[in-house]
Write a protein that binds this ligand. Structure first.
Ligand code: COA
Length: 690
């Protein structure tokens, strides 16, 4: 018997338990062990039906993702698990899958190879392989349409979003929803189907009527722009209606292999493990970090409201303060309005809306808060006053956080008597939506404070990445290097919309100039004026956005920036900006899309290498996750440094050197990039000396 599989008997029903913590993934030995156990139980004369269940918090949550890299590298032969699924389906006695937790990918495929499925009420079921750049590979694209119909299966495989047990039952994917005791109900169910001819999913054809998937394809091309796996998944599901089962399985296998060996799955799997790696920061104290049970937010503008919502959404009560009652009243109204928007879209019910709003208390006490975060105007003197005041009022041990995007944490900490408990929590706007949380560690911030912030990020459903206290921290500093090139390209004669188009075509969620309009061009203008001392001697700096700001063109909020914004209309390039650009001195040439991408990306990578060298970000994966979760970098390219490794560091360094030779100090090659190229290494091989 496999070490992962345990069997027992309950009357005439065998109960087989899969036990491969933490998520019962199909690691080598698990599927084979399960098949063998099913066959052994079926051979017993005292067993009339079999129940399969998962130990711990979930049924099988999918293939073992670590295995994919080994298969790709040829370290492990690719053993198809289809024979295992078929053997389960061929079991002569009924197999009831008792599922709970997250029944994902290979987990759902194995569940569908059983003859019946009984689910705990809170179960989620789905085929999320596309999120890893893959398609189902154990018959999911062939069995799912047989159970739920071609159109629904195609949608589930293309978007990868799981469905709830109740919907799964309506669709025919689940036969029964269990009560409080899943196993007991599954065993009862198994008894009730003893001796009844067992249905094999592969034999079912009644739901395989042809469906037009054109609209779905269009939706996928729009919403998952640039991604290959979702289209492959639709193709494979479509084949289920056209081909006999075994041929459909072969068709799926070919498409699966193509995806597995493509660059997108490699990138997306890097992101999957990267998102988990960023939370594991070497050198933090062991033990459970202090929990944030109550929070307070000082400053109730757009950012403060978003932060308060993030806490309320996570079930954490939060007091909010502002220096005017009107601001508090307006803020509460705006929050309610945003929640009502979610209710209108069916994402929230009104009872939950009320619960969330009730967690936010205007003018509440901050004395009980475990964490107080300030989100007042980005003004050093003001923030220091606020910090010193909260230091007086907050209880001993409470964490004082700042949402600054440009000020020094050490400097703000020096306004308090508790620098060990001071930390930066750099939320991205809108704070209730954006996943990235830069956790900025000052020189005196205690490890316990960092650990508590990482845990808080997880509770808020955010990806916390720890960075150092330096101007722009990690994300904005690197992003500005990339945006600088976009502005310079415009000044040199490339139309702004061509710059944005080239980079969205590359996969960025938005073009860099449109991002400026969205964020407000005045924000960067203010920071540039406050930090003029950070400019390098001999560096070139674009003028255009200063000229625009001097004219009051701050972007979307003023109706004009790089683009002109008119209610209800698609933004158009701003003719007045084109005029300004046309009047600027210097070279006039239109860069190709390829040049736009390679120049902006080389700048981004070079700056990221400097940030790593200076210890502001600890590992290349930190930069990748910052960009994927906070700056709209395409996850299917794995983040900028994964992408750089694929592109080739020598080619990047050549470009950096050429541009530097054109006498622009900003392009000084990053010493780390030079070292990696000299040693023939990639970013993925870089290990910081901690
Ligand atoms: N294969 C290998 N390892 C897996 C895994 C899988 N399918 N799913 C999760 N893990 C690992 C994680 O890497 C993490 O390891 P770590 O503790 O060493 O960092 C651990 O299991 C716990 O996962 P985590 O995501 O932190 O837990 P969670 O409770 O928040 O979420 C899941 C659980 C199952 C919902 C989530 O891990 C998930 O979505 N997994 C991928 C499922 C999937 O895509 N399956 C199809 C694969 S083709």
């Amino acid at each position: 018997m496999s070490e992962f599989i345990k069997s027992s008997r309950d009357g005439g029903v065998a109960v087989i338990t899969i036990d491969n913590p933490p998520v019962n993934a199909l690691s080598p030995g698990v599927p084979e062990g399960l098949r063998d156990a099913i066959q052994a139980e079926a051979a017993r004369s005292d067993v009339q039906a079999i129940v399969v269940t998962g130990a711990g918090k979930t049924f099988i949550a999918g293939a073992d993702i670590k295995e994919f890299a080994k298969i790709r590298a040829g370290e492990r032969p690719r053993l198809s698990l289809n024979p295992v699924a078929n053997a389960i389906e061929d079991c002569p006695k009924p197999v009831v899958m008792a599922v709970h937790g997250t029944v994902l990918g290979g987990g759902l495929e194995i569940a569908m190879a059983g003859h019946y499925r009984v689910a705990a009420p809170a179960t989620k079921l789905g085929q999320p392989e596309v999120k890893l750049g893959l398609i189902p590979g154990i018959g999911g694209t062939q069995r799912l349409p047989r159970l739920v119909g071609v159109a629904k299966a195609a949608e589930m495989c293309a978007f990868g979003e799981p469905i709830a047990a109740a919907e799964a039952q309506t669709l025919g994917l689940v036969d029964r929803i269990a009560g409080a005791d899943l196993l007991a109900d599954a065993v009862d169910f198994a008894r009730s189907v003893r001796g009844v001819p067992r249905p094999r999913t592969r034999d079912r054809v009644e739901k395989l009527g042809a469906a037009s998937l054109d609209a779905l394809r269009q939706q996928v091309r729009r919403r998952l722009r640039g991604q290959e796996a979702p289209l492959a998944a639709i193709e494979a599901v479509e084949a289920a209606a056209r081909l006999p089962f075994d041929e459909g399985i072969e068709f799926e296998r070919i498409l699966f292999e193509q995806c597995l060996h493509g660059s997108q799955s490699k990138a997306l799997i890097h992101v999957f493990f990267g998102e988990r790696a960023v939370g594991k920061v070497p050198g933090l104290p062991a033990g459970t970090p202090g929990e944030v049970r109550e929070a307070a937010v000082i400053g109730f503008g757009t950012m403060g409201q978003g932060i308060a919502m993030a806490f309320a959404n996570a079930g954490i009560p939060v007091s909010v303060r502002d220096n005017s009652d009107q601001a508090l009243a307006r803020g509460m109204e705006e929050i309610r309005g945003r929640y009502q928007g979610a209710v209108a879209k069916g994402k929230l019910d009104t009872a939950e809306l009320e619960r969330r709003v009730a967690r936010i208390t205007p003018l509440g006490s901050i004395a009980e808060a475990d964490l107080v975060i300030e989100a007042v105007d980005e003004d050093r003197a003001r923030k220091r006053v606020v910090f010193s005041a909260i230091d007086q009022e907050a209880k001993p041990g409470a964490i004082l956080a700042t949402n600054t995007s440009s000020l020094s944490i050490d400097d703000l900490a020096s306004a308090t008597n508790r620098p060990r408990e001071v930390i930066g929590l750099h939320f991205f706007s809108p704070a209730q939506v954006m996943r990235l949380l830069e956790i900025v560690r000052g020189r005196r911030t205690a490890g316990e404070t960092v650990a508590a912030a990482l845990q808080l990020a997880k509770r808020l459903g955010k990806t916390g990445v720890v960075v150092g206290d330096a101007p722009g921290f990690a994300g904005n500093r690197i992003y500005h290097a990339y945006r600088r090139e976009a502005c310079l390209l415009a000044e040199e004669g490339t139309p702004p919309e061509a710059i944005d188009a080239a980079l969205t075509e590359f996969g960025m969620a938005m073009g860099p100039l449109a991002v400026g309009d969205l964020a407000g061009l005045d924000v960067g203008w203010k920071i540039r004026r406050a930090h003029a001392d950070l400019r390098l001697d001999g560096g070139r700096y674009p003028q255009i956005e200063d000229l625009m700001c001097e004219r009051g063109w701050f972007g979307q909020k003023t109706g004009s920036g790089w683009y002109v914004y008119t209610e209800g209309q698609t933004p158009i390039p701003n003719p007045a900006v084109l005029e300004l650009l046309g009047a600027m001195d210097g070279l006039r040439r239109v860069a190709s899309a390829g040049e736009i991408v390679s120049r902006t990306m080389a700048a981004l990578v070079n700056e990221a290498a400097k940030v790593l060298d200076e210890g502001i970000a600890a590992r290349p994966v930190d930069v990748d996750i910052i960009f994927v979760t906070g700056y709209g970098f395409p996850a299917w390219r794995g983040g900028p440094l994964h992408y750089a490794d694929e592109w080739g560091l020598t080619a990047i360094l050549d470009q950096v050197r050429q541009r530097h030779a054109g006498s622009d100090a900003v392009w000084t090659p990053a010493p780390l990039l030079e070292r990696l190229v000299k040693q023939g290494q990639t970013f993925s091989e870089f290990r910081a000396e901690l």
